[in-house]
Design a protein around this ligand. Structure first.
Ligand code: NAD
Length: 486
């Protein structure tokens, strides 16, 4: 493993002007596993200047064939370095091998998704002739054209960092934009490795800039406020999303926000409970550090005893920690601060009257790592803090409902609307319920929305806009109507 410690600014791998470095800490061992250059406002200013000039002064935005050539090179460098990438992302996220491996969302799968954007460069209809229209005495032939929006500032979190970094910069670059990426301080290497890869391609200087920093806010705020930046593409918490939206208002900048969630998984009374309740284990996936994880389990009230028994069996099977993590889905939380936040929520759940079915503390079998036990609360009501706020840890809230419409109402009584699930023996019934959930993605009977060609994003305070799919590409485009007098 040879992590890239340098930023990538104006086509050069470079240390911060201050020469300061910051530590990267393993969530598994709690040891310092390496360092990264610590950029400040001076470095960010250079990156924004470079991105602006590259967008304005090169033909990157309009030379589709050249972009395809360069981004194919970038894809190839990443694919050829996959073993190294896996080990770096695994080391800094603490994700077990089961999640960082070939089938998981941390490395191979999102790198595989690049091809979908490359195909769009080739096949997208950049100009459509809308035909003639008359306005008064004037007849015009109209061309509806799509153009890159300009300089895009990308700000990303630490949970699935390479997936999110690529889901932003690849469509943005494919659309013809230049980018400045500011990664989360906890996972800088999932960004700096992209700078290293870009260095081995023909991508013009300034088109991609990677600016890591130990300070979570300062250079992010700078990026959002800079008038030379045309758009902010952000993934992170809803509270930061609100701050970004407010800051971006000063320059009337487009904001694309992928924010938090508190998604509901509705088990209808005719579902196969032994199969459906396996999906509840998703709260342990990457220790619950996934925005779309269904953290509220909605069950028929008269089946509660049966549900509790099945959940006890399933959750007791979750294996985590130790060295052999190939089959694990659960690892530690990203940091001790995140672990404290999760443990505080657990205390709040107990104080507000939820009943702890299992877990609730730190594991006794592990003496290091930021782990929290798989935790299940029952007798949760939807007005409790643990049912309304995003915990981002391995904590399931089981909420009983009386009727189907009651279940839909509970699912929708949330400021969030990111994802959801429905289980039923009757597929049509399940789809009907899915259509009534106010969320951007809904899985029915164990389906999974996660794919390069399917848009992902939130309703309500879970965000604005869509990532991935055609929609995720078009986020980075402006629309121009050219009217030619005839
Ligand atoms: P966060 O909001 O604290 O930070 C996200 C990024 O924003 C980081 O790079 C951080 O340094 C930066 N940042 C913080 N304050 C800023 C400011 N005022 N201006 C500009 N940038 C700022 O989120 P996090 O703790 O890193 O990640 C966890 C959150 O991300 C959870 O809420 C989770 O739901 C959300 N998330 C959402 C999605 C999605 O697609 N909807 C995906 C993954 C994670």
């Amino acid at each position: 493993m040879t992590p890239e410690s340098r930023a990538f600014i104006n086509g050069k791998l470079t240390n911060a002007k201050s020469d300061k470095m910051f530590d990267n800490i393993s969530p598994v061992s709690e040891d310092v596993i390496g360092q990264t250059t610590d950029c400040s406002t001076e470095d960010m200013d250079m990156a924004i200047t470079a991105a602006r000039q590259a967008f304005d002064k090169t033909d990157w935005a309009v030379n589709h064939a050249f972009r395809l050539h360069c981004l194919t090179q970038l894809r190839d460098v990443l694919v050829n370095d996959i073993e190294n990438i896996r080990s770096q992302v695994q080391a800094e996220t603490g994700s077990p091998a089961g999640i960082c491996g070939q089938q998981g969302p941390q490395c191979d799968v999102p790198i595989g998704f690049i091809d979908t954007s490359l195909a769009l460069i080739k096949n997208y209809k950049w100009s459509i002739n809308q035909g003639l229209a008359r306005f008064g005495e004037v007849e015009s032939e109209r061309l509806i054209e799509k153009e890159a929006i300009g300089v895009v500032g990308c700000i990303t979190p630490w949970n699935v960092p390479l997936q999110i970094n690529l889901a932003k910069i690849i469509p943005a670059l494919s659309a013809g934009c230049s980018v400045v990426l500011k990664p989360a301080p906890d996972t800088p290497w999932a960004a700096t490795l992209i700078g290293n890869a870009a260095h081995h391609t023909d991508i013009p200087a300034g088109i991609i800039n990677i600016v890591p920093s130990s300070d979570p806010q300062t250079i992010g705020v700078q990026l959002v406020n800079d008038p030379r930046v045309d758009m902010i593409s952000f993934t992170g918490s809803t509270s930061t999303g609100r701050a970004i939206m407010s800051d971006a208002a000063a320059t009337v900048k487009k904001v694309f926000l992928e924010l938090g969630g508190k998604s509901a998984n509705i088990i209808l009374d005719d579902a196969d409970f032994s199969q459906a309740l396996l999906s509840a284990l998703a709260v342990c996936f990457h220790a619950g550090q996934g925005c779309a994880i269904q953290t509220r389990l909605l069950i028929p009230r008269n089946r509660q005893n049966e549900v509790e028994e099945i959940l006890m069996n399933y959750f007791n099977m979750i294996d985590y920690g130790g060295d052999n993590t190939d089959t694990h889905i659960m690892g530690p939380l990203i940091s001790s601060a995140q672990r404290k936040k999760v443990l505080d929520y657990i205390e709040k759940g107990k104080a507000e009257g939820a009943r702890l079915l299992l877990g609730g503390g730190t594991p006794s079998h592990l003496d290091k790592g930021f782990y929290v036990e798989p935790t299940v609360f029952v007798d949760v009501t939807n007005d409790m803090t643990i049912a309304q706020e995003e915990i981002f840890g391995p904590v399931l809230c089981v909420i009983a409902y009386d009727t189907e419409s009651d279940a839909i109402q509970i699912a929708n009584e949330s400021i969030f609307g990111l994802s959801g699930g429905v289980w039923s023996g009757d597929e049509e019934r399940a789809i009907k319920v899915a259509r009534q959930i106010r969320a951007g993605t809904v899985n029915v009977n164990g389906g999974n929305f996660y794919a390069a060609d399917a848009p992902f994003g939130g309703y309500k305070q879970s965000g604005i806009g869509r990532e991935m799919g055609l929609e995720g590409f078009e986020e980075y485009l402006e629309t121009k109507t050219i009217a030619i007098g005839r």
